[in-house]
Write a new protein. Structure first.
Length: 167
């Protein structure tokens, strides 16, 4: 992919140079590597759905909120008519793996809501929640699946996380 993308970019530059007025176009710099926006996701105890995102579904086990639009929703950017959709703790707990908490590009989401949740602010909120959950599970000597979500939410709120709720 690295070689193919650089070769294609060079071809595009050469094509631009053939256009009148663009003969002096130069390629100054490229990224050091190809960036991967989406990867495989692990199925969690809950999979955040496209409809959850569109409707702004509220979950009792909310640990983060994603309010960024879905950039590639059926070919165009989809802006929510609400403040954002909840990411439930269950989307961070793998369905078939014990002792693990998900974060980043592998959380349990359908493709459309994942486009929103992979953005910086929601990703940081999810990372904050998964790190706090891991610490609480370790301190409490419980598996992440058995962690008391209310305790996690209280800890997140005490650390100024935004959950649109009071615990």
């Amino acid at each position: 992919m690295e070689v193919e993308s650089r070769r294609k970019l060079w071809e595009d530059i050469q094509a631009l140079r053939r256009e009148p007025g663009r003969e002096s176009v130069r390629l100054i710099q490229t990224a050091t590597g190809v960036g991967v926006r989406e990867t495989r996701r692990i199925q969690g105890e809950y999979v955040v759905t496209e409809q959850d995102a569109i409707k702004g579904t509220r979950f009792p086990d909310v640990i983060a909120i994603s309010s960024n639009p879905m950039p590639g929703y059926h070919g165009k950017r989809f802006f929510f008519e609400h403040e954002g959709f909840d990411i439930p703790y269950r989307a961070l707990v793998p369905l078939k793996v014990e002792g693990l908490i998900l974060t980043g590009r592998c959380i349990s989401c359908e493709q459309a809501p994942f486009q929103s949740a992979r953005s910086m602010a929601p990703a940081m909120a999810i990372g904050h929640a998964s790190g706090t959950a891991a610490a609480l599970a370790t301190l409490g000597k419980v598996a992440p699946r058995k962690l008391d979500v209310k305790t996690l939410q209280k800890a997140l709120l005490a650390q100024n996380a935004e959950l649109r709720m009071k615990v």
